[in-house]
Design a protein around this ligand. Structure first.
Ligand code: SF4
Ligand code: FES
Length: 232
């Protein structure tokens, strides 16, 4: 199988494609396993036998829980550790870094913009003020959605497919909208301010393609969170 990787040695150098050949890849291997396999030897060579350097990429949990291995695999934003070779129906695997963040090295990107936006907007739950909702059924529904949203990995895959998100712009994307729901629904004293922020940095620009929900590895229900906040 051929593996084509978009590489970039440092933020200030030009990107370039490099192709590797790996035969007999086990079908139950993931793309993360494949990258480890290529990097395993000291003598790394491209498909033409030209010596090259190890591929830079990030991982931590290797079980879909940290978001570090987010990248674009055959044009689909995905977690490398959750993408199995058996599900790739092509003879060539194309891998590139996420395009909405500055590249640090090869497949590693700088996603600190996500955290900066959350910090700037004071997006902390702070002292817990339980929601005013008294109806047990509605309360349970809110709790389920809060639990769902708290699973966000901050991987940035939702931003990769978003037609409106540009790194550094005033539109912060689905990852931000989800946190707005979490904070506003868990802290009554912050609700008003957070909903204002949500309107300014998300709702007024979102064009509702909801492609973010298609790629989210933990299937966060952004549309439900938005409906709740828009209602308020
Ligand atoms: S909402 Fe989903 S896709 Fe977006 S950062 Fe969180 S886990 Fe990743
Ligand atoms: S390494 Fe943690 S999600 Fe892939």
């Amino acid at each position: 199988m051929r593996i084509k990787i978009l590489r970039q040695q440092s933020p200030s150098t030009e990107p370039y494609w490099e192709t590797f050949r790996v035969d007999d890849i086990p079908k139950d291997m993931t793309v993360a396993g494949l990258l480890e396999h290529i990097n395993y030897n000291d003598d790394i060579a491209d498909e033409n036998g030209r010596k090259t350097t190890r591929i830079g990429w990030e991982c931590s949990c290797l079980q879909g829980s940290c978001g570090a291995c987010a990248m674009v695999i055959n044009d689909i934003p995905a977690l490398a550790c959750e993408t199995f070779i058996r599900d790739i129906k092509k003879d060539v695997i194309t891998i590139r870094p996420l395009r909405k963040f500055p590249v640090v090295h090869d497949l590693m990107v700088d996603r600190s913009g996500i955290y900066e936006n959350l910090k700037k907007m004071n997006m902390y739950i702070g002292e817990y003020h339980p929601a005013k909702e008294k109806d047990p059924e509605k309360k349970q529904k809110a709790h389920d959605l809060q639990y769902d949203i708290a699973k966000c990995l901050k991987c940035g895959l939702c931003l990769e497919v978003c037609p409106n998100y540009v790194n550094g712009s005033s539109f912060f994307g689905a990852v931000f909208a989800n946190d707005c729901y979490l904070v506003s629904s868990r802290n009554d004293s912050k609700e008003k301010a957070v909903l204002k922020t949500y309107d300014k940095h998300f709702a007024s620009t979102c064009s509702k393609s909801f492609s973010c929900m298609d790629v989210c590895p933990v299937k966060i229900r952004t549309i439900t969170a938005m409906a709740e906040m828009n209602r308020k």
